[in-house]
Design a binder for this molecule. Structure first.
Ligand SMILES: Nc1ncnc2c1ncn2[C@@H]1O[C@H](COP(=O)(O)OP(=O)(O)OP(=O)(O)O)[C@@H](O)[C@H]1O
Length: 255
């Protein structure tokens, strides 16, 4: 196997007396999408936040997180970002009162050329809506802005937390297509509960359960194992022709 872009080893996170991650280890492949799966509340967001140095102050992080030879633990978030760790948080965090253009400008890294061409090629709509307030964009457009903002800069790895959550099916498809194109040139560690999206994007999968890695391997193989997927995630595998009940069960609020 090629050298991973990121290695997580024996990661332990405690927050407010809860031992959320209890020795989590996995590599992130240097190409394609690695998806982080698991039931609601298992610690997927906690894992991404630990990687990017955003564990709450009352939390405690132990273990090893490496990008190449470089240890990421205990380094401030702004330095990790400057070194090419792109993070798209679950709540998108766009500045509602600012325009699209202003949101993008704020994301420019000092001393680096911002790749507006790349962003507008992927998201022509952001260029068309440059002067619109971000708060008046639809959820899907805000998600595009949150992803576009990160892509302004050169990254070695993108961490993306539930990008399709709460979006209409048509918009889920649009976001998925964009992520597919993004992942052609950059490795992605993705948290995603919509298994149809996982099927479309993921090469590798890591499944968390009870604070540990319960399964890791080829994502497409996992999705073929209906019974295994169901026992690990508590959902069906979201076959293309699934009915509305199963579609709802792949949603985040299923439990
Ligand atoms: N700041 C915090 N204070 C207290 N508990 C927290 C905090 N952050 C996370 N937790 C708890 O840690 C557990 C893991 O949360 P996390 O958000 O990482 O799960 P998740 O797998 O991303 O779930 P979801 O799919 O619901 O977002 C949950 O039980 C959550 O309530």
């Amino acid at each position: 196997m090629m050298e991973p872009v990121l290695t997580v080893e024996n990661l332990s996170v405690r927050i407010a007396g809860l031992h959320i991650l209890q020795g989590v280890s996995f590599p992130v492949a240097p190409t394609g999408v690695t998806v982080l799966l698991g039931r609601n509340g298992v610690g997927k967001t906690t894992t991404l936040r630990a990687i990017v140095g955003l564990t709450p102050r009352n939390g405690e992080v132990r273990g090893t997180i490496r990008m190449g030879a470089q240890s990421l633990l205990a380094r401030p978030t702004y330095r990790l970002v400057r070194n090419g760790l792109g993070y798209v948080p679950e709540d998108r965090c766009v500045f509602a009162g600012l325009t699209v253009a202003e949101n993008l400008r704020l994301a420019e890294r000092r001393g680096a050329e911002a790749a507006y061409d790349r962003v507008f090629a992927l998201f022509p709509e952001l260029e068309r809506r440059a002067r619109q307030r971000a708060g008046s964009l639809s959820g899907g457009q805000q998600q595009m802005l949150a992803i576009g903002r990160v892509l302004l800069n050169e990254n070695r790895l993108l961490l993306i937390d539930e990008p399709t959550k709460g979006l209409a099916p048509k918009v889920v498809t649009e976001v998925t297509e964009v992520l597919e194109r993004v992942a052609e040139s950059m490795p992605v560690l993705l948290v995603e509960q919509n298994l149809a999206v996982v099927r479309r994007l993921a090469k590798d999968a890591v499944v968390l359960a009870a604070g540990q890695v319960a399964w890791a391997g080829d994502a497409q193989e996992l999705l073929l194992e209906t019974a295994l997927t169901k026992s690990l995630l508590g959902v069906g595998t979201g076959e293309p022709h699934r009915g509305p009940e199963q579609a709802a069960a792949t949603g985040k609020d299923a439990n």
